[in-house]
Design a binder for this molecule. Structure first.
Ligand code: UD1
Length: 429
C-alpha cells in the first residue's frame, strides 16, 4: 500500500495546472448510458474514481476508448470516448459501488433508457451514513417501482418509460439532483426539480445533457425544468476544472506561506474560496485568463470562522484543508460542518501532530499558531487525507501518511504537482 513521505517546512513556490473535476466527470460518464451514440469527454482527470466508473460502465457493456495523453501533450487531461450501444447488464455490483458511492449515478440513466436497473446499496461511509433516500424518492416520483432486496436496489418502470413530474427535495443533494436530472431527460412530459443543487458540477452536467439534445431550463438555479425528449445523441464535452483541487492547492500555498500560480482554473466557481482566503490576509490576483495567483509569502494571516454550505457557499470538500491552514495561524476560530454529520475524522490525526482542536457536535474550535510536529498519520477519507498532507507540509520534520489510496481517488499525481513547487514529498510503499 503506497504511503506519502513529507518533509515539512518549505514554502510552496511555482505553478500547478489544475485537472478536470472529479465530481463533474463522474456523472458526465454516466450520461453515456442515456444514448447509443458516442460521448467524448475531454479534460478527464487521471484518478482512481474515474477508473472505478470506467469499470462499472464496462461491465454494463459500455465501450470505452481512453486516450490518456488528452490529444494535447497530456496538458488538458485525458479524453474518454464512451459508447453504450450494447448494454447487456443492468446490474451495478456491490464490489464497485462500495468502492465509490457515486456509482449510484447509473441508476437514473439505466431506468430512463432501459426501464430497469439493479444497483447495490452503497453501505456505510467514513464521513457519515450518507443515505440515498432522496435519489430513490425522486425516481419513484418519476414512475419507477423500487424494492430493496438483499442489499440491492431493484428498480423497474412499468410501461418502460418514466413520466415527468414535480420533484421537491427537502434539502440540497448533489447526487440526488444529478440522478433525477439525468432520468428526467428521457421521461415523457415535463419534470420540475425544486430545491435542486446548483453546484458547478450540476451546471456542467446540465450543459452536457443539453449538448446531447436534452431540453433543460433554469440551469445554474435551484429550479430545473426538464422537458423530456424521445432520445439523446452523442456529444463532445470538456469537463470543468476541479474547484476542490484548486482550493486544496490554495490552502497549501497559504499554510506553507508560499506562492502558487494555478492554471486552467475557472475563476467564476472559486468565489467563496477566494473571498475567504482574501479575508484572512492572503494576496490573490488573476494575472491571466483562467489563472489564479495565491501569495502568502511574508503575509500576516488571521483566523476566520467558517461554515460549510451548499454552492455558492464554502464547500464541505474544503473544510478539512481549511482546518490545516487555520492550525498555522495564531488565534482561534470555529469551523462548522453543516453538510455531513461525521466529517471531522482528520481531527484525531491532526491532534497527533500537536494540533489543539475541540469538537462540539458540528463545530470544531481550532486554536492555531502552535508548532505542528511531524508524525506517522493515517488517511481516512479523500479530503481528510489531503488535509494531512497540507499539515505535514507546514510541520517541521518528516511525516508519513499511510493509505495513500484515499488521495489517489481524487487527486491526480498530487506528489508530482507539489514536488514541482518545492515540496519535499515522495510516494513509496
Ligand atoms: C457530492 C460530492 C461530494 C460533496 C457533496 C456535498 C460527488 C461525487 N460527490 O456528494 O464530494 O462533498 O456532494 O457537496 O459529486 N443526503 C440524504 N439523502 C440522500 C442524499 C443525500 O440525506 O438521498 C444527505 C447526505 O447524507 C449529506 C447531504 O444530503 O448530508 C448532502 O449530500 P449530497 O449533496 O447528496 O452529497 P453527494 O452527492 O453524495
Amino acid at each position: 500500500m503506497d504511503k506519502i513521505y513529507v518533509t515539512g517546512g518549505t514554502p510552496l513556490n511555482g505553478t500547478i495546472t489544475i485537472s478536470g473535476s472529479k465530481n463533474a466527470a463522474l456523472p458526465l460518464m454516466a450520461t453515456s448510458l442515456l444514448t447509443a451514440d458516442t460521448i467524448t469527454l475531454s479534460n478527464v482527470p487521471h484518478i482512481a474514481d474515474i477508473s472505478t466508473m470506467a469499470h462499472l460502465l464496462l461491465q454494463h457493456g459500455t465501450n470505452l476508448l481512453i486516450d490518456a495523453s488528452g490529444g494535447n501533450g497530456g496538458h488538458l487531461g485525458g479524453v474518454i470516448q464512451l459508447t453504450s450501444d450494447n448494454i447487456n447488464n443492468i446490474e451495478a455490483p456491490y464490489d464497485l459501488v462500495r468502492k465509490m458511492r457515486a456509482s449510484v449515478l447509473v441508476l437514473g440513466p439505466l431506468l430512463a433508457r432501459f426501464g430497469k436497473a439493479r444497483v447495490s446499496l452503497p453501505g456505510g461511509c467514513a464521513i457519515g451514513t450518507r443515505p440515498i433516500d432522496m435519489h430513490l424518492k425522486a425516481l419513484t416520483e418519476l414512475g419507477a417501482v423500487i424494492e430493496l432486496t438483499e442489499g440491492y436496489i431493484d428498480a423497474h418502470v412499468p410501461g418502460g418509460k418514466l413520466t415527468g413530474t414535480d420533484i421537491h427535495f427537502g434539502k440540497i443533494s448533489v447526487g440526488a439532483t444529478e440522478n433525477a436530472l439525468m432520468a428526467a431527460t428521457l421521461a415523457t412530459g415535463t419534470t420540475t426539480i425544486h430545491n435542486a443543487a446548483k453546484e458547478p458540477e450540476i451546471t456542467d452536467l446540465a450543459n452536457c445533457l443539453v449538448s446531447m439534445g436534452a431540453n433543460i431550463d433554469g440551469i445554474g438555479t435551484h429550479t430545473l425544468t426538464i422537458n423530456g425528449v424521445e432520445s439523446l445523441h452523442g456529444t463532445h464535452y470538456k469537463v470543468i476544472c476541479d474547484r476542490i483541487e484548486a482550493g486544496t492547492f490554495m490552502m497549501a500555498a497559504a499554510a506553507t506561506r508560499g506562492t502558487l500560480t494555478l492554471e486552467e482554473v475557472d475563476l467564476d466557481v472559486m468565489t467563496a474560496t477566494i473571498e475567504l482566503l482574501k479575508d484572512i490576509g492572503v494576496h490573490i490576483s488573476t494575472p491571466a485568463d483562467n489563472t489564479l495567483k495565491v501569495d502568502a509569502h511574508n503575509a500576516t494571516l488571521s483566523p476566520k470562522n467558517v461554515s460549510t454550505e451548499a454552492y455558492p457557499g464554502f464547500a464541505t470538500d474544503l473544510q478539512a484543508q481549511y482546518m490545516a491552514l487555520m492550525l498555522t495561524i495564531d488565534g482561534s476560530c470555529i469551523i462548522e460542518e453543516t453538510i455531513f454529520e461525521n466529517r471531522f475524522m482528520h481531527v484525531a490525526e491532526l491532534s497527533r501532530m500537536g494540533a489543539d482542536i475541540l469538537i462540539e457536535g458540528y463545530k470544531a474550535t481550532v486554536h492555531g499558531g502552535k508548532p505542528l510536529k511531524n508524525a506517522e498519520l493515517m488517511a481516512t477519507d479523500l479530503r481528510a487525507s489531503v488535509c494531512l498532507v497540507i499539515a505535514a507540509l507546514a510541520a517541521q520534520g518528516d511525516s508519513v501518511i499511510n493509505r495513500m489510496y484515499h488521495i489517489d481517488r481524487g487527486y491526480e499525481r498530487i506528489e508530482e504537482k507539489l514536488a514541482k513547487c518545492g515540496a519535499k514529498i515522495r510516494r513509496a510503499r
